[in-house]
Design a protein around this ligand. Sequence first.
Ligand code: DGL
Length: 274
Amino acid sequence: MAMGPIGVFDSGFGGLSVLQKLTEILPEYDFCYLGDNARAPYGTRSFSTVYKYTKEAVLWLFSKKCHLVVIACNTASAKALRSIQQNDLPLVAPEKRVLGVIRPLTEIAGYISRNGHVGLLATSGTVRSSSYSIEIQKFSPGIHLTQEACPIWVPLVEYMEVDNSGVEYFVQQHLKKLFSKDPEIDTLILGCTHYPFLLPVIKRNVPDNVQIVSQGSIVADSLKNYLSRHPEIEQNCTKNGKREFYTTESPEVFDSPASFFFGSEVRAQQVVIS
Ligand code: DGL
């Protein structure tokens, strides 16, 4: 069986913030990134649409010889991952693996919180799916999770509006709502790939005792651990430190914001995946 890179998928740019941490922690591995920018955002789309789009993306990454695909998008992890793992993989590629970004956070949230009051900021799709609360209850049944959907935050970050008075207004609006639902929150999960870019503004607007948990490094540590426990998958991953970028949009639209999200220059190729 031909070896290949680790596939990383997101609806658009956000997964590049996760990829940045993956390449930092696993620099020797090859990575193939796919952003479905032409059909983003996913956050407000139905279950069936997100599932259809995500499945197409995963199959496309398999065609690029990826044996392991990380769905670096909370919305797609929430709405499509389980169906792909349980229904599609056994039929189309039983030897391949698809992982998401929600589980690594929900495994540790209960240990991070001191008082058991955890807040989640995410897209409307992720909040409506209840995936975080279902997963957290599996690992830490006593946790009290309060959710707040922040639909405006993704477009703000995509337009690279991350720290000014307009952004502060929209960040404050959602944080106020979240903390009015549960003033005792001591741990805040940023459950969307875009939100770490708003971290300075978020920090300014939450009490000092609140710990803020971003996804990138937690997902990267969890993947490193996964590879060490699954040599049958790891041995099919190529290790030349190569990074390839693909988007369903045009590179003129993708490359500049993508470089901002990834933290270094990105040059992508356009692909059709449907
Ligand atoms: N990447 C998505 C997430 O993490 C947000 C962007 C979108 O709505 O497509 O949930």
